[in-house]
Ligand binder design. Structure first.
Ligand code: NAD
Length: 270
């Protein structure tokens, strides 16, 4: 009999209320995991947990802001009270924000520091703070896998999105740093890896890539032109890499980044 790869593993997904988060939480439940759907929107988190439970899976809604350590500690206690353990964390909360975008006519010497700081806070500190709270529990348990969500913009220049790019580059750096320092202290008991998605149409980028009538913007067309598959990704196409990184199949893998991008990251554009 085939054993599900995440059978009975308790896995928290921040940003579990988002578009990619929906695919992550469903995929984890289908792989046998018990999912903590963490987000700020109580209604969506509860609905998603109920859907998973109705389908025969196990899930719990956790209402928390990833930048609020006390919220996260309460969420962590809720999970430990119910399930007694945590085996995985997906740092999925994040995204682009208008204040972190530099428009073509903007003066690059008059940056909006506050806007840039907000997007850096969400993507970088919104990855580090949950890792502090849930990662410590996993390290003490002696088994845990953390998956960060990087981006194409962390290694290649994508115009306009300065805040997002520097934040995701910092996430990549943290991904490597944590992997090494955690291995130094806990051996293979706690691992950290990342997935770098290519372009998926979600709420945080819809206005950049599509017009209100659904047609592609010039930027959307450029993305497709530079993606060898000539299409956007489907959220469920991230699930295979996610399950691999959360499961014991990747036990000897830490500090790495898997691109799931239809070839975008390897294409020179020529
Ligand atoms: P999304 O906006 O649908 O989901 C992000 C989720 O994070 C939302 O539910 C949002 O409410 C939540 N969130 C935002 N701030 C939060 C906070 N302070 N506390 C708790 N939750 C918070 O976007 P998505 O595309 O599903 O993004 C998921 C992740 O994937 C993000 O890290 C994003 O940067 C990354 N990503 C997306 C793409 C893409 O093409 N969509 C590409 C590369 C990387």
């Amino acid at each position: 009999m085939e054993t599900l790869p995440l059978k009975d593993k308790v896995i928290i997904v921040t940003g579990g209320t988002g578009v990619l988060g929906e695919a992550f939480t469903k995929g984890i439940a289908q792989a046998g995991g018990i999912v903590g759907i963490l987000g700020r929107n109580e209604k969506i988190a509860n609905e998603r947990a109920q859907n998973i439970i109705a389908g025969g899976g196990k899930a719990i809604a956790l209402i928390a802001n990833v930048l609020d350590e006390n919220d996260l500690i309460s969420a962590c206690e809720k999970v430990l009270t119910k399930y007694g353990r945590i085996d995985g964390l997906v740092n999925g909360a994040g995204g682009n924000m208008p204040g972190g975008i530099i428009q073509p006519g903007d003066d690059i010497f008059k940056l909006n520091f506050e806007g840039l700081r907000q997007v850096l806070d969400l993507n970088l500190w919104g990855t580090i703070i949950p890792t502090q709270v849930f990662g410590e529990v996993m390290a003490k348990n002696g088994n845990g896998s953390i998956v960060n969500i990087s981006s194409m913009s962390s290694k290649h220049v994508i115009t306009k999105v300065l805040g997002y790019s520097i934040a995701k580059a910092a996430v990549d750096s943290y991904n490597q740093w944590f992997a090494v320092e955690a291995a130094n202290r806990y051996g293979d008991a706690i691992r950290m890896n990342a997935i770098a998605p290519g372009f998926f149409l979600t709420e945080q980028n819809r206005a950049l890539l599509t017009n209100p009538d659904g047609s592609y913007t010039e930027r959307g067309k450029l993305v497709l032109q530079n993606t060898p598959y000539k299409r956007f990704g489907k959220p469920q196409e991230l699930v295979g890499a996610l399950i691999y990184l959360l499961s014991d199949a990747s036990k000897f893998v830490t500090g790495t980044i898997i691109n799931v991008d239809g070839g975008f990251s390897v294409f020179s554009g020529v």
